[in-house]
Design a protein around this ligand. Structure first.
Ligand code: SF4
Length: 238
């Protein structure tokens, strides 16, 4: 919760990066002009994670990667960007959810649409729920290498689904994983399903999305590419 002293919000967030304007690269809003707040740390450790610099301290230096910044400081950077869509991502943003409320309240007041990307393992607090226009919930499959006990929280998925503003976005390597995605979406009551190929280079994303397309269509689901990867590969901050 923010501590407001003399009109200054001193609540701090652990930030990896703030960037934009750019495009939302994934899911229902892909292609929309957006700005991003990437929060540090994650409670999972997916083998193919493309933002391991937010949490993997065997490979990265947390002192170099993460920065404590006040809500006011982050907001000032967002105001300078002023894109219509604010995407809160990570890492896992809900690890800092109580400190996010103030940022999102002020973002909402400026008329920005707010999306939060989450792995669906941490229960959202009511104060945050009402501020979010869309939850991009990305439950992890076995291909992540994370144990089922850590990545599977059907009660959390149902709570997110109950907001009426959640979509499921699965990172998939091959069509053989679609049954697993279907079971998770059904158990989590997540009706709107998006399938997105795993990949951090344009050739891999293009190849996999082409393989997945017909099977995704057959199930009546939605298909997402990774627009930012097609445009910029695995470059950070775009
Ligand atoms: S949940 Fe997301 S940020 Fe966390 S390790 Fe998995 S892919 Fe990376």
């Amino acid at each position: 919760m923010g501590i407001v002293t003399d009109g200054v919000d001193t609540a701090e967030l652990v930030i990896s990066e703030v960037f934009g304007p750019t495009f939302q690269g994934e899911g229902p809003s892909a292609g929309r002009l957006a700005m991003f707040v990437r929060l540090g740390r994650c409670n999972l450790d997916c083998s193919w994670c493309d933002t391991a610099y937010t949490w993997d301290w065997t490979r990265y230096d947390p002192d170099a990667e993460l920065h404590r910044r006040t809500v006011d400081d982050v907001l000032a950077q967002l105001l300078a960007i002023d894109a219509p869509l604010l995407v809160i991502t990570g890492g896992e943003p809900l690890l800092q959810q109580s400190r996010l409320v103030s940022l999102l309240e002020q973002s909402k007041a400026r008329g920005w649409r707010i999306e939060i990307e989450t792995n669906g393992t941490l229960m959202p607090e009511p104060a945050l729920v009402e501020l979010v226009d869309q939850w991009n919930v990305s439950p992890k499959l076995g291909n992540s290498g994370v144990t089922l006990a850590r990545r599977w929280r059907p009660d959390v998925l149902r709570a997110l689904a109950d907001t009426g503003r959640a979509i499921a976005k699965f990172v998939v390597v091959s069509t053989s994983e679609l049954d697993e995605a279907a079971a998770i979406a059904e158990a989590g009551h997540l009706g709107e399903v998006w399938i997105m190929p795993e990949g951090t280079d344009a050739a891999t994303v293009a190849r996999r999305v082409a393989c997945l397309g017909p099977a995704v269509l057959e199930r009546g689901w939605n298909l997402s590419t990774r627009l930012h990867v097609l445009l910029w590969g695995d470059r950070r901050g775009v």
